[in-house]
Design a protein around this ligand. Structure first.
Ligand SMILES: *Cc1c(COP(=O)(O)O)cnc(C)c1O
Length: 422
C-alpha cells in the first residue's frame, strides 16, 4: 500500500478501518487537558476494557451473596473458572483446548515448565537464549541452571546480534545450535524480542532444536494477542505468556501456559504438583488415593485453584478479541498501523529516523523500536509532555506499539509529527 504523509490520509485510513468501533470499548487515559493520551504502551500494559468493571463486580457480588456457594453456582462457577477462558486462549495461540491452561503469572509458569522440561544431565545441560532477553527470563533461567547444580556462566548460551547490528540473524541461531547441539537441553526464546520488536520464526527454531533432541520453549509475553500463532502445528514443546500486555487483562493479570499434546497427555512426566493439577474426578478422594493423579491435559501443571478476581477481566478482554474476529483482522490492521508508522518515521521528507525492528511482515508485531541516537531521552520527554505514552529503554531506544483494538491511524500520524519535530 502506498502511504501519504498528509493528515487527511490518516483520517481516510480511520474511516476505512473495520475495527474502528472497538476503541469505544476501552477506557482511554487522559492528559491533564482532558484529551485522550496517544497510548502506544499496550506492549507494557493494555488498556482497560470498559466491560471489565462489571464482570469483576459480578464476582464481588457473588462473593458477598454466596461466599463458598459460588464455587458451584450455575453461572460461571469458581471451581472450574479457568475452563471459561480455555477455548479462546487456545484459539489465540493456535492450540487444542487441552494444550492450554490459564494460571499464575508468567515467570512462575516459566519455572513450572522448566521443572518438567529442563532435566539436565552431565552431558546435556545447556540452555540457549537470545540476547538481550527480558531480565525476569534471564533470572529464571540462571536460577534453574544453578538449582540443578550447574554453572550459569557455562550452561547459559546466548545468541546476540552481530557487531553494529540490532537484531538477530536466523542463521546465527542455527549456528549456535550446531555448535552446542549435543550439550543443549533446551532452547528458550522470547517469540517477539521485548526490546527490538523482532518476531522470530518459531516453527524454524523449534524444528532446528528438535533435530538435535533439544526441547523448544517460548515466552509469548509480546506475541500473544499481537501476532497469529500456531503452537500445536509448529510442534512447540511448551510456551508461557502474560495477559496484561496485548491481552488487556489488567495489572498483574493471570497468565497462561501451553504444553504440546504429546506432553500434556503424558501423565508420567515429572512436574511440580498441586491439587488443581490432579484429575478432578479424584481430587477430593484423598482418603482413598493419597497419590497425585495428574489430569491428562495442560491442566496438570495448574498447582492452585483459579484466582477469580484476576481472571474475570481476562474474560471481558477475550470477548472483545472474539468479537473482533480474533487474530486475523487484528493482524491485518496491526500491519497497516506499523507500516504507516514506519513510513512516517523513516521517510526522509517526514522523519528520517532509524527503526531497528525488522521491516518484513513475518519479523515483527505491533511494536516498532526507534533508535534515537542522540538525545533519545529528550525526545521521549517531549513526547510525554505532548500527551504520548510509550517507553524509553536506555540508552537510546523508544518503543511504540499502536494496538489495533484501540489505536487510530490519526494517532500514528500525530505521534510521527511529534517525534520528527526538531
Ligand atoms: C512482560 C514480560 C515478563 C513479565 O513477567 P511477569 O512474571 O509477568 O512479571 C517476562 N518476560 C518477558 C519477555 C516479558 O515481556
Amino acid at each position: 500500500m502506498t502511504f501519504s504523509a498528509d493528515e487527511d490520509f490518516s483520517h481516510q485510513l480511520d474511516a476505512e478501518d473495520p475495527l474502528r468501533q472497538f476503541r469505544e470499548q476501552f477506557h482511554l487515559p487522559l492528559t491533564t487537558n482532558g484529551q485522550p493520551l496517544i497510548y502506544f504502551a499496550g506492549n507494557s500494559l493494555g488498556l482497560m476494557p470498559k466491560r471489565a468493571r462489571a464482570i469483576v463486580e459480578h464476582e464481588l457480588d457473588q462473593w458477598a451473596a454466596q461466599a463458598v456457594g459460588a464455587h458451584h453456582s450455575p453461572d460461571a462457577p469458581w471451581y472450574s473458572y479457568h475452563e471459561l477462558v480455555r477455548e479462546q486462549l487456545a484459539s489465540l495461540v493456535g492450540a487444542g483446548p487441552d494444550e492450554v491452561v490459564c494460571m499464575n503469572s508468567l515467570t512462575v509458569n516459566l519455572h513450572l515448565m522448566l521443572a518438567t522440561f529442563y532435566r539436565p544431565t552431565r552431558s546435556r545441560f545447556k540452555i540457549l537464549m537470545e540476547e538481550p532477553a527480558f531480565p525476569s527470563d534471564t533470572y529464571a533461567i540462571k536460577s534453574q541452571i544453578a538449582h540443578h547444580g550447574f554453572d550459569p556462566g557455562t550452561a547459559l548460551v546466548l545468541v546476540r546480534p552481530r557487531e553494529r547490528e540490532s537484531t538477530l540473524r536466523p542463521e546465527d541461531f542455527e549456528l549456535a545450535i550446531e555448535q552446542h547441539g549435543e550439550q543443549l537441553a533446551a532452547v528458550l526464546f522470547g517469540a517477539i524480542n521485548f526490546l527490538t520488536g523482532q518476531l522470530f520464526d518459531l516453527r524454524a527454531i523449534t524444528a532446528a532444536a528438535q533435530r538435535h533432541g533439544i526441547v523448544a520453549g517460548f515466552d509469548l509475553a509480546h506475541a500473544v494477542g499481537n501476532v497469529p500463532l500456531s503452537l500445536h502445528e509448529w510442534n512447540v514443546d511448551f510456551a508461557v505468556w502474560c495477559s496484561y500486555k496485548y491481552l488487556n487483562a489488567g495489572p498483574g493479570a493471570v497468565a497462561g501456559a501451553f504444553v504440546h499434546e504429546r506432553h500434556a497427555t503424558n501423565t508420567a512426566l515429572p512436574r511440580l504438583a498441586g491439587w488443581f493439577g490432579n484429575d478432578p474426578n479424584t481430587r477430593f478422594q484423598l482418603h482413598l488415593q493419597p497419590e497425585f493423579i495428574p489430569v491428562a491435559s495442560a491442566d496438570a501443571w495448574q498447582v492452585s485453584n483459579p484466582p477469580i478476581l484476576s481472571m474475570a477481566p481476562l474474560r471481558a478482554s477475550l470477548e472483545l478479541f472474539q468479537e473482533a474476529g480474533a487474530m486475523e483482522s487484528l493482524r491485518a490492521k496491526s500491519l497497516k498501523l506499523t507500516s504507516y508508522l514506519r513510513f512516517l518515521l523513516t521517510d526522509n521528507s517526514t522523519g528520517g529516523l532509524e527503526v531497528i525492528t525488522p521491516a518484513e511482515e513475518t519479523a515483527h508485531g505491533s511494536q516498532l523500536s526507534i533508535l534515537y541516537e542522540e538525545k533519545g531521552k529528550g525526545a521521549f520527554q517531549r513526547l510525554e509532555e505532548a500527551g504520548v505514552r510509550c517507553d524509553f529503554r536506555e540508552p537510546n531506544v523508544i518503543r511504540a506499539a499502536p494496538a489495533p483494538l484501540y489505536n487510530t491511524f490519526h494517532e500514528v500520524w500525530r505521534f510521527a509529527q511529534l517525534l520528527a519535530a526538531p
